[in-house]
Each structure stands twice: as structure tokens, then as C-alpha cells.
Design a protein around this ligand. Sequence first.
Ligand code: NCD
Length: 324
Amino acid sequence: MNKLFKNNSEVNKFSPVKLSSHHLLAIEGMQKTEIQKLLDRADYFANLDKHADTKYLSGYVVLNVFFENSTRTRVSFELAARRLGAEVINISLINSSIKKGESLLDTASTLNAMKPDLLIVRHPHSGAPLLFAEYLSCSIINAGDGRHEHPTQALLDALTIKRRIGYLEGLKISICGDISNSRVARSNIHLLTTMGAEVRCVAPSTLMPSSLEKLGVKCFNDMKKGIKDADVVMLLRLQNERMSGTENPSEREYFNFFGLDETKLSLANPNAVIMHPGPMNRGVEIASALADDTNRSLIKTQVEMGVAVRMSIIEALNHSKNKT
Ligand code: NCD
């Protein structure tokens, strides 16, 4: 090992990460060491000046293929790819091929014929990125599929926590809100339990999936109990678009029981930080003043870390495909 560096982790910061797959489809099944290396490399990118020369991927073609609306995730991926010197093409398929009746596989093979290096896919159905990975020859990143996973969000959340608190192991992290419909919750549960955090899920019973405890988390229907002594309080949006109708709580009632306000937050660790993947609904899952409290809210840092994490991932997928 290079004697200049104290440990492996520091060596990793200065070289691209090699992963066991050239796709990033889910956090479930990822090794702790792989997550650690991606976070270290992302931390290195986050510390660089935004004009630093990181254009290692010239000629690399990225298609940003979004079958669902997105602003922050799509822009974040685009910026990350551009900072690495890649060519990026944004394709919004919300209204086009699907409506014309083209099957997902036909769409996949059409895109494949253009010979991209990487496809970044967001899709309303769980498993769509996996299907793309099976039929296409390029790398695939899952940018959120249905209620299944949103792996880059969990990685950027982990980096945000690590940069503020310094570590993940042993932290009490409460994920609060619409757990049932949230791919962010699922990816975070897998990542944070793998890294040794104590994860709690807090939700009304109608929005709490059954048998979640099997994933190694504690479940609470009472927010006051669920966030007691928490080091991190992570809030989720009520994803009404994925609810059948019977689950939709009234917003005012929801805020009373599950919205984060000063009173509930006073039960957490006095230094607890607040997170939200966005888009957030002020006065529904979080009191507006808390969302803007720069001492406690890490919501803007999450957005900032998204670019660094996605640079680390895009670079790693290229490295994992081409080099032996
Ligand atoms: C999340 C998503 O799309 O799953 N947003 C995001 O990527 N920042 C969460 C949400 O939509 O509520």
C-alpha cells in the first residue's frame, strides 16, 4: 500500500472505484466495502473546486431516459456526467413511446442501437431498469423505479450524513412518512443497515409495509416514540400518486401526527439533523421553519452531494466495465 496514505479508504479517494457489476440497479445486495469506496470517492469529488479538471470521460455517451417527471435527479445526473466530460442526451419518454404503445423492450432495443455507454433510467414500474440491464449492452443506473429502489439517493444521503456527523455505524436514523410507497426508504434501509446504523421506520399503519422488520429495522406508528434520541430524522413525501385512494390521509391530520415540528424534534438527540429527499411539502411532512433551519436541516447539502455521488458512480461503472 502506498505509504502516503493512512488506510485503504484514503487510497480509494484518488482513484476510480471498481465494482463487481457495471450496473447500479439497487443497494440491496451491495457489499459494505463497495458502498464505502463509492462514498470516499464522492467525498473527494465534493471537496474539489467545481472547475477542477475532472473530464476523464470524453467520448462517453450518457442517455438520461426518464419515464417519470424529475427535476433535481435528472439535472444532478446531467451535471455529474458533464463534469466528467461525458456527452449527455436527455430523453423524456413520459408522453411519447409509451403512449404510442411501444413495449419497453422495443424502446430498450431502439436506444441500444444508438450505442450509448450508459443509460440512466427512471420508470414508474419496479424492475424496469433490471429489464434494460438484461437486454442492453451498456451500463444501466436505476434513477428510481416504482416503489422499488432509488440507489443514488441513498448513497447521497449517506454521504451527507457522513460529512456532517463523520460516520454511519451505530447512528440512530428515523425514516418517517410514506414508507410503503417510497423507493427512497427501501434503498436507505438497505444501505444504512449494511453500514451498521440503527434504522427505525415511522409511519401510520396504512403507510407501513408489513414484515419490514425482516429487513432489520424497528417500526413505529407513533412518531414521538420513533424519533426519540434519533441522530438523524429523515422525512418522506406523501406519494399520493402511488396511493389507491383509501390510504390518503388528510394533510392537516397527517401533520399533527407525523409532520416534524419543534415539539416532536425536541424528543430527538439535541444535535439531530433533518433530511428530506425532496420535493417536500411544507406544513405536511415538515414545518417550514425547520426545513429552512440552516443549523439542523441538511436538505440543501443532500442536493449538493447528489452531483458528487453521481460522478463517483458514473466513473465507477465505466471503470468496472472496461478495465480488468
Ligand atoms: C424521490 C423519488 O423520486 O423517489 N425524489 C427524488 O428523487 N429526489 C422522492 C419523492 O418523489 O418523493
